[in-house]
Ligand binder design. Structure first.
Ligand code: FE2
Length: 187
């Protein structure tokens, strides 16, 4: 099966095309891509184009055209699969920001497991970028972001039900990324 090469312009253009009619979602996406650019120094010799492409594409599952199950990480990954995007990027989109904990609450763990769970400095950087940008593109801390999500989604949401399992993962990611940032900043 032929896959597309990673082209950042294509990733940004696809995200814009799919999300531009949702202004807050698009502002969030732009800010996450900018944040990911800043975090590229934390991924060692891994490919920053993969990080940035995944950042542009991570929320396309919210687009009307991509929606299927209603679970945006999975819908986004499946949309990219259909368009032959590289399997690594699709899997990063599927699993960003601790999606597996939310999938379990939605009965979609099996479907999500079709995508390889990557746990690397690059996947950490993607999640940390998403978790330090609010839904309207404003920068925030991981703690502020978790609180914002619980308020916005409500007490009966999968986010709230999964929070006790997802929170330690998001905090561990934040600790690893801030540690790597500190090491890249020190001489
Ligand atoms: Fe996001």
């Amino acid at each position: 099966m032929a896959f597309r090469p990673v082209r950042l312009d294509d990733a940004r253009d696809l995200a814009r095309c799919l999300l531009e009619d949702k202004p807050n979602r698009w502002r969030h996406t732009v800010a996450v891509a900018r944040r990911a650019e800043e975090l590229a120094a934390t991924i060692g010799d891994d490919d920053p184009r993969v990080l940035l492409a995944a950042a542009w594409l991570h929320d396309i599952g919210y687009a009307d055209e991509a929606q299927d199950t209603g679970f945006h990480p999975l819908d986004g990954a499946r949309y990219l699969d259909r368009r032959r995007w590289p399997a690594r990027i699709n899997a990063l989109v599927a699993h960003h920001s601790g999606a597996r904990f939310l999938a379990a609450e939605r009965g979609l763990a099996g479907a999500l497991a079709a995508y390889r769970l990557e746990q690397t400095p690059l996947s950490d950087a993607l999640t940390y970028a998403d978790q330090t940008v609010g839904p309207d593109g404003r920068r925030m801390t991981v703690h502020e972001r978790m609180a914002e999500v619980l308020t916005r989604r409500g007490p009966d949401s999968p986010h709230t039900r999964a929070h006790h399992r997802r929170r330690p993962e998001l905090l561990a990611v934040a600790a690893r990324v801030t540690g790597r940032l500190a090491r890249t900043a020190s001489p």
